[in-house]
Design a binder for this molecule. Structure first.
Ligand SMILES: C[S@@+](CC[C@H](N)C(=O)[O-])C[C@H]1O[C@@H](n2cnc3c(N)ncnc32)[C@H](O)[C@@H]1O
Length: 172
């Protein structure tokens, strides 16, 4: 496949109604790994909010160039951003380790969706979870409480891809 054909295929398969919000994800390796996975799934826009005094840094050795193919937007006012996304018709889907969260496969990712990932140590702030329309969890049956955030993002994004493929949202 020529480079031009590859670009055309990537544009055809972009999921304009699927977006990702990285809320205070801090580790450059995690940010980069998530960007790479999101690009592979056709997520066109990634929004992020950094913690105070933590710069947004990515490693091109990890993204392998994926950061050039997604729109990266810094969000300075998380609350109004989430309101705006709601107004645009996105379901706000928080990811969190909570007993009342729904199994991630039981959420319908073919809907217009903003997936929200949280900080490596503290997860998502309570107010974000309260504001979300849904909270989803990836089941954990071992001894550790949570997955690495980039692994969790990959599991969730590929479930979104699976559901969307079934609905014909990836023309190929
Ligand atoms: C390492 S976890 C944070 C753990 C934190 N102690 C907590 O209780 O949320 C970092 C982020 O990865 C995602 N994550 C990790 N494991 C998950 C799981 N099993 N289900 C849903 N999201 C998960 C969430 O976005 C979470 O905010």
């Amino acid at each position: 496949m020529s480079r031009r054909e590859k670009i055309e295929r990537a544009m055809r398969n972009r999921q304009k109604d699927l977006a990702l919000y990285l809320y205070k994800v801090s580790n450059p390796h995690n940010l980069s790994a998530i960007i790479r996975t999101a690009e592979a799934v056709g997520v066109p826009s990634i929004y992020f909010t950094m913690e105070e005094d933590v710069p947004f840094e990515i490693s091109s050795g990890v993204t392998m160039g994926a950061h050039k193919w997604v729109n990266l937007h810094e969000v300075e006012e998380p609350d109004s951003f989430l309101e705006e996304m709601k107004r645009k018709g996105f379901n706000l889907v928080a990811t969190a380790l909570r007993g009342d969260a729904i199994h991630f496969r039981n959420y319908d990712f073919t809907q217009k969706t903003l997936i929200i990932m949280g900080n490596e140590s503290r997860g998502l702030d309570e107010w974000v979870i309260e504001k979300a329309d849904y909270t989803i969890i990836i089941p954990m049956y071992g001894m550790v409480q949570s997955l690495n955030v980039s692994v969790a993002a990959a599991v969730i994004l590929y479930e979104a891809l699976r559901q969307r493929e079934e609905k014909g949202k990836y023309p190929g």
